[in-house]
Ligand binder design. Sequence first.
Ligand SMILES: NC(=O)c1ccc[n+]([C@@H]2O[C@H](COP(=O)([O-])OP(=O)(O)OC[C@H]3O[C@@H](n4cnc5c(N)ncnc54)[C@H](OP(=O)(O)O)[C@@H]3O)[C@@H](O)[C@H]2O)c1
Length: 302
Amino acid sequence: MAIQRMQFLSLSLLLNLLYSSNPLSLFLSMAAPQKDVFKLGFVGAGNLAESITRGVVRSAVLPAASIRTTHHRADRRSLFASFGCRILETNAQVVEDSDVVIISVKPQIVRQVLTELKPFFTKDKLIVSIAAGIKMKDIKDWSGKSRIIRVMPNTPSAVGLAASVFCTGETATKKDEERVSKLFGAIGKVWTADEKYFDAITGLSGSGPAYIYLAIEALADGGVAAGLTRDLALGLASQTVLGAAAMVNQTGKHPGQLKDEVTSPAGTTIAGIRELEKGAFRASLINAVVAATDRCRELSQS
Ligand SMILES: NC(=O)c1ccc[n+]([C@@H]2O[C@H](COP(=O)([O-])OP(=O)(O)OC[C@H]3O[C@@H](n4cnc5c(N)ncnc54)[C@H](OP(=O)(O)O)[C@@H]3O)[C@@H](O)[C@H]2O)c1
């Protein structure tokens, strides 16, 4: 009798589940992809590690509890702890307790850090280096591993608008690439490129924000020269650059076409452009990117 009652109860439970639950949500929960939660470690809890952590946590790519780091300064430890990250004692513990390790120390100490951590980089771990100018071959030599992804982000990562490019080492997997795309997608846009282009990427998107800061400052100076207050001029200049970049990104139109659309015959804009051409504005920007690329190549060979 008791067994019959239990059978009846389990049958009614099954029927309840099948008929009373929303069939669509049942289907969705069965079809929903499992979220990829992995343990992320930062060796070097500096500015970029902070920007990535903020972006990753804000966009729910990973829960803060999946992120671990360490730092010799209490203020940095407290900051990362305030996000909900785990704070460990040593870099070695961070590596041991992570699936993906971001090497986010300054380029000049990457060699020392990787050499020290070499015994802890087991096969199951992905090394992600963001150190500017440090090649995958060196990372491989110093860490003894080829499961590497090298990323070149830029400083607008601090406001979630980074331009990041990555290249992949010999044994990095598709899943590794997906993880890196998600992590860096949380602080801006992400591209992939062969490592041979990394000097040019540094010359363009790495150094580029500084060229544009100069342009914003100069536009504001022009506004002041034409009688505007400094505050208004600076606000208009930076918002104009932001708006123009968004027009290129969001309309998909070539910048030349957008320029043609706002230059009426004998109008004000073409008068301004004529002056820019006299001052070799475009040639200056082209040369700036090439000079920074050459300098980056020089530095990475020295
Ligand atoms: N910031 C960007 O937007 C950007 C863009 C592209 C590439 N990168 C690259 O990203 C890396 C980090 O840049 P960042 O701007 O974040 O630099 P950062 O703020 O100086 O961060 C590096 C952090 O590492 C700490 N550190 C020093 N020695 C260490 C060690 N042995 N073990 C663990 N941590 C140590 C530093 O502490 P102390 O300062 O107290 O010594 C500092 O907090 C660099 O390699 C840079 O080339 C940054």
